[in-house]
Design a protein around this ligand. Structure first.
Ligand SMILES: *[C@@H]1O[C@H](CO)[C@@H](O)[C@H](O)[C@H]1NC(C)=O
Ligand SMILES: *[C@@H]1O[C@H](CO)[C@@H](O)[C@H](O)[C@H]1NC(C)=O
Ligand SMILES: *[C@@H]1O[C@H](CO)[C@@H](O)[C@H](O)[C@H]1NC(C)=O
Ligand SMILES: *[C@@H]1O[C@H](CO)[C@@H](O)[C@H](O)[C@H]1NC(C)=O
Ligand SMILES: *[C@@H]1O[C@H](CO)[C@@H](O)[C@H](O)[C@H]1NC(C)=O
Ligand SMILES: *[C@@H]1O[C@H](CO)[C@@H](O)[C@H](O)[C@H]1NC(C)=O
Ligand SMILES: *[C@@H]1O[C@H](CO)[C@@H](O)[C@H](O)[C@H]1NC(C)=O
Length: 754
């Protein structure tokens, strides 16, 4: 036994030692070789972690031999794009017998609307083109896997490999739409914005939303070739989490300048100096989702635009620091490993690494159109997505309507809006025009039920704005309806509550809807659903199935009653002071960044019932009696705290359950000592001898005399269930959390059998 413990201890210490030494060697490495100035420790660790993962993948998957499992058609396609140039493969150029022109690669924000549209068409073309059992897009992604491309990363072949990879991809795009060229994403334009994820880049007009599932823009709802690695949830759709973590960082103008001004090729390669490849990696990490994991990152179109920028910087270095000859001949003196040699095959392509240095790429095939920065003489920029920052005389990306522009008031930073008090906003006139435009075409489901959801902002606070909204699409009839936030929240609603109008499920049938939520600025809100296993909110697809059968229904609380909907997700079978609304099953987070499950739950936890100041409360008494009886019920307080309540039972009974009678008593919140009342049943002013039973909180029943204590302290209150809100009477005593088939009713403290 002792020996075993000792052995465990030794193993444990040894593990600590090696993990420590690995970490140290990683940091040591970078400290020695890199310009530490550029990275924080967390960033260095991030790079090391990614390198380790990739090398592990490369070695573990080396046996898979990618090219051997591809089918003949797939191989033919890949060989074809490799052998293609714009001259011999892009049909239109040949047909029109024009001299093949170079592709002009522009910053994505400099593309015209028509160019953007064509890019979307070409990319979707590749995504939809099946080659045997895989799409052309996914085939390009597989080329980037470490087992097929062991020399694509962490060494001198990194730059030439990706140059060739992009060239082939651009050719593939041009086979779809001949005029298309690959844009680049100059991330230095986004870097340093008050909130980088608020850049106009991540909107419907450009790359689509960055907060979770990509649901807007040209790549909305794209399938990916694999499940997203490292994810807790099974995600096989395009997914991002832009700017999501502390250590994330985009490239700075200083980074770009450092790259361009190196003196030789070695200095840009990982075995000599980790700086350039690490900078590149941190932008991947910043985008998150599929981009986070090198292997699968070409699933996101952002990959190609980011790499075009890296290639652009490399080309600037070539032009700036190398002669024509050096560009084709200079290689790193250290190669890291055999995949990175000068004369080694650039797997899985048939060319060699050295071929990727050819001047032909930018002489004949493509060139980069630079971003023109603004000057004192000409304070303009070349795109409506840019603005001129006169502090630095640089053109920078605009910030989306609703985004954070703190510190830039009075500038042109906001896209289609103005910067006021740190936020990009529009004048009220424009706002109200927006509202009536959205409301146009609003339909209403004929027969519906109501459910609740909540819209939250970047701080996890409910959005209290009557322009925030949800488009509900009935997936059976394709009918849509828009619902808005009512503009005012009253307890027990959680701030930001929106009522979902859902097509009513019929017996044995299921209603199915999809939801698209937008905040008051029109920004896409990502759905998060409660995972009952982990008890956490997680990003989810915004679909609901509604059925009377809880087994096939989404676990949503719903009701057909307009007056009861306020009380959905609430337990009304507890003392009013213990009444806390529960976050609905599905909520929407309208932030450019993902928020945590804890933040979402917090939004409900802070909701407290206001202390009631009404003179009276209502509570329930069960009265089982002959149907024909014409009884009265009377509630008389013991001390002098209020008048006697008296009513005909018929009148006071619940519309749904004639045995439940609502009666009135002085509000215990106003009486420190509590309120004791005696309840009696009368017939023609004579007391009726009924059997009286009391149900304790533990469910036990005993004979009693009709007295009941109501108290503001639950432990002193015999009857816990009371309210001063007459609207809640129909649902008083019900626990309305979860699917309606799970709702339970609590017996009143007093029951009379007459
Ligand atoms: C396509 O089919 C091949 C051969 O049957 C198989 O090895 C491969 O895993 C399949 N790929 C996908 C993405 O289904
Ligand atoms: C806006 O950005 C500034 C600077 O990054 C930050 O301090 C501030 O908290 C942000 N405001 C909001 C509302 O997120
Ligand atoms: C590259 O330039 C650096 C800085 O001038 C120099 O120290 C290094 O020796 C050069 N490497 C090669 C391979 O020329
Ligand atoms: C949408 O239309 C329905 C029925 O016409 C109406 O009840 C509802 O209030 C409308 N919603 C909005 C937000 O205008
Ligand atoms: C709803 O739209 C989908 C896709 O647009 C279509 O396939 C389906 O037939 C439509 N259903 C109805 C009932 O119109
Ligand atoms: C819920 O969470 C558990 C544990 O984290 C996970 O295994 C499961 O896949 C999640 N469920 C869904 C529907 O994502
Ligand atoms: C809704 O039901 C459909 C059909 O049964 C099923 O494919 C889908 O996964 C369900 N969706 C949800 C969110 O439960």
């Amino acid at each position: 036994m002792f020996q075993m413990i000792l052995r465990l201890l030794v193993t444990f210490l040894w593990l600590i030692l090696i993990s420590q030494s690995k970490l140290d060697s990683c940091e040591q490495w970078i400290k020695q070789l890199g310009d530490l100035d550029f990275f924080t420790e967390a960033q260095i660790r991030m790079v090391c972690m990614h390198q380790k993962e990739w090398v592990k993948d490369r070695d573990e998957e080396a046996g898979k031999k990618f090219l051997e499992v591809t089918t003949d058609n797939q191989l033919k396609y890949l060989r074809h794009v490799e052998q293609c140039t714009r001259e011999n493969c892009v049909r239109e150029a040949r047909r029109k017998k024009r001299a093949p022109t170079k592709s002009i690669r522009k910053e994505i924000r400099m593309m015209s609307p028509a160019e953007l549209r064509n890019l979307g068409i070409a990319m979707n073309g590749l995504k939809n083109r099946q080659i045997d059992n895989i799409t052309a897009w996914d085939l390009h992604t597989l080329v980037h896997y470490p087992d097929s491309a062991p020399g694509a990363h962490w060494g001198p072949a990194f730059l030439p490999w990706h140059r060739e990879f992009l060239r082939q991809f651009e050719i593939a795009l041009q086979t779809e739409v001949p005029s298309v060229t690959l844009p680049y994403w100059d991330s230095t334009l986004d870097q340093g914005l008050p909130e980088e994820a608020d850049s106009v880049l991540w909107t419907d007009e450009l790359l689509g939303n960055g907060n979770g599932y990509v649901k807007t823009g040209p790549f909305a709802n794209w399938d990916t070739n694999v499940l997203m690695p490292l994810s807790q949830i099974p995600v096989k759709k395009l997914y991002r989490s832009t700017g999501g973590r502390e250590q994330d960082r985009l490239m700075t103008p200083k980074d770009a300048n450092w790259i361009i001004t190196r003196q030789n090729f070695s200095q840009l390669t990982f075995c000599h100096d980790k700086t350039f490849e690490s900078m590149h990696g941190l932008s991947h990490v910043w985008v998150g989702g599929f981009m986070y994991v090198i292997r699968v990152s070409p699933n996101d179109p952002t990959f190609y635009m980011h790499h075009a920028f890296i290639d652009n910087l490399w080309e600037k270095f070539r032009q700036n620091s190398q002669t024509r000859e050096e560009r084709e001949e200079q290689w790193a003196t250290k190669n890291c490993n055999s995949n990175h040699g000068f004369d080694v095959q650039m797997k899985p392509f048939t060319i060699q690494n050295r071929d990727g240095l050819s001047n032909q790429y930018t002489d004949e095939w493509y060139e980069y159109q630079p971003v023109r920065h603004c000057t004192i003489e000409d304070a303009t920029c070349d795109s409506n997505f840019y603005w001129c920052d006169m502090k630095t005389w640089r053109c920078r990306s605009r910030v989306v309507y609703g985004g954070n522009c703190t510190g830039y008031e009075g500038t042109q930073i906001c896209y289609n809006s103005v910067c006021s008090q740190g936020k990009c906003v529009v004048p009220p006139r424009v706002r109200s025009a927006t509202k009536s435009r959205i409301e146009d075409g609003n339909l209403s489901f004929k027969e519906k039920v109501w459910a609740k959801t909540v819209l939250l902002d970047e701080n996890g606070k409910g959005i209290e704005d009557d322009l925030s909204r949800i488009v509900i699409t009935d997936l059976v009839t394709n009918q849509t309806q828009i619902v808005f936030h009512s503009g005012e929240t009253v307890f027990p609603e959680i701030p930001g509550t929106v009522y979902l109008s859902l097509p009513k499920p019929r017996a044995g049938k299921m209603s199915r809807v999809s939801l698209e939520a937008r905040d008051q600025f029109g920004r896409y809100c990502q759905a998060q659903c409660m995972n009952s296993t982990s008890e956490r909110y997680q990003v989810c697809q915004p679909f609901l199935n509604i059925s009377l059968n809880s087994e096939i229904s989404s676990p949503v609380s719903f009701t057909h009653s307009m007056s009861s909907r306020t009380f959905l997700n609430l337990d009304l079978s507890v003392h009013p002071r213990q009444m806390h609304p529960e976050m609905p099953y599905i909520v929407f987070v309208c932030s450019r960044k993902l928020v945590t499950s804890a933040m979402i739950k917090q939004a409900a936890e802070v909701v407290r019932a206001p202390t009631s100041t009404e003179n009276y409360v209502f509570f329930r008494v069960a009265v089982f009696r002959e149907e024909s009886s014409n009884y009265q019920i009377e509630v008389s307080p013991y001390s002098d705290v209020g008048p006697i309540f008296s009513s005909s039972i018929e009148k006071a009974a619940s519309a749904f359950d004639p045995n439940i009678v609502y009666v009135q008593a002085p509000n215990p919140e106003l009486h420190k000592e509590g309120v004791r009342v005696r309840v009696s049943i009368l017939s023609n002013n004579n007391r009726v001898q009924c059997q009286v039973k009391c149900t304790e909180k533990d469910g036990s029943m005993h004979q009693c005399d009709g007295d009941v204590d109501l108290h503001s302290d639950s432990t002193l209150s015999q009857e816990d269930v009371f309210t001063s809100d007459p609207h809640s009477l129909p649902v008083l005593g019900w626990n309305m959390k979860g699917h309606p088939s799970f709702w339970r009713h609590k017996m009143p403290f007093l029951s009379f059998h007459c």
